[in-house]
Design a protein around this ligand. Structure first.
Ligand SMILES: [Zn+2]
Length: 323
């Protein structure tokens, strides 16, 4: 049986046809429109395009936002038009198939657990480092959602009292120190503190600090630029500090580091592991979580939510029969 997974993000709507082994067989992509109606039309069109080429049985939507416990309603999505919107029913009417929703980090975690870096782990956490931090926790392969469906908000754990301000309204949130955005902030701060230091970044930022992006900082660090390496080391430090908090609360077997920034993991992951091992409670006297990079890359959300859709579309008797 084939199902469609749709990753509904702030910039693009990406859809893929996924088989039972988690392989993506075909894809479609469109820019994310701003209105609610237009967004649902775009999702419907992406599904219709793929359904015209493949026999698909159900659809899953990985949404960058809060999804209600029943996985049929989007409560709030900061970068999408949906507010308390019954998205699953509306899309289901459009495409004539069962539709299920899942938070994008949960979907990615499910995919990594089924097919990737967290395979076989009883307690697994996902820390997706991109523009911000997306977090997910799996217990026995099932998503932990908290009492109201919004846990865990790992990116907004306060690591630095009176620290950098966050769009969420708080200060010192983890993602302000450990994300692509944080890399930029740190690099610009370092440039201001060390004027006249001739580095790649200083030349790029000449007159316009907006030229310094997380991706450029990572690239410069790879090229050996000392200031960019320092910014990367700062990210590593805060990743380790945050992982120690995650471990104190959840004691996971595996933490999967995903998101766009994880592509630069060789530049920061060893240092982050060392920091984590040094500051976690009971350091030196307890087993440590394995910290691994994600294996499914950009497709994790699509594969994860397509797998959720498959389970929804498979009759329970058939599922029991297979065991
Ligand atoms: Zn915050």
């Amino acid at each position: 049986m084939l199902t469609v997974g749709v990753d509904v993000g702030g910039t693009s709507v990406r859809a893929g046809v996924v088989n039972a082994d988690g392989a993506v067989l075909d894809t479609s992509r469109a820019a994310t429109p701003s209105g609610e109606e237009a967004l649902e039309e775009a999702v419907g069109a992406a599904v219709a395009e793929l359904a015209a080429r493949h026999r698909v049985a159900a659809v899953g939507l990985a949404v960058a936002g809060f999804v209600a416990q029943d996985r049929r309603t989007v409560l709030f999505a900061p970068h999408l038009a949906w507010r308390r919107a019954p998205v699953a029913d509306r899309i289901s009417q459009r495409v004539g198939m069962p539709v299920v929703l899942e938070h994008d980090a949960n979907a990615a975690a499910l995919a990594e657990h089924r097919f990737g870096a967290a395979r076989g782990a009883r307690i697994a956490a996902l820390v997706a480092i991109g523009t911000g931090i997306g977090g997910a926790l799996l217990i026995d392969g099932k998503v932990f959602r908290g009492a109201h469906g919004v846990a865990p908000e790992l990116g907004h754990l306060r690591l630095v009292p009176e620290g950098r301000s966050c769009p969420c309204g708080k200060n010192g949130c983890w993602e302000r120190y450990c994300s692509g955005t944080a890399l930029t902030t740190t690099a610009v701060e370092l440039l201001a503190r060390h004027p006249g230091v001739s580095t790649v970044l200083a030349r790029e930022a000449l007159g316009d600090s907006r030229a310094v992006t997380g991706r450029r900082v990572a690239g410069a660090a790879r090229d050996g630029d000392p200031l960019a390496k320092q910014a990367m080391s700062d990210l590593a430090r805060w990743l380790g500090e945050g992982l120690a908090l995650v471990a104190d609360v959840y004691d996971p077997e595996v933490v999967v580091i995903g998101g766009g920034v994880s592509e630069s993991a060789p530049l920061f992951l060893d240092e982050a592991r060392e920091r984590y091992a040094a500051v976690v409670t009971g350091a030196g006297h307890r087993p440590l979580a394995r910290i691994r990079t994600a294996q499914l890359g950009d497709d994790a959300g699509i594969v994860g939510v397509a797998t959720v859709a498959r389970e929804l579309a498979t009759p329970r008797t058939a599922r029991n029969g297979r065991r």
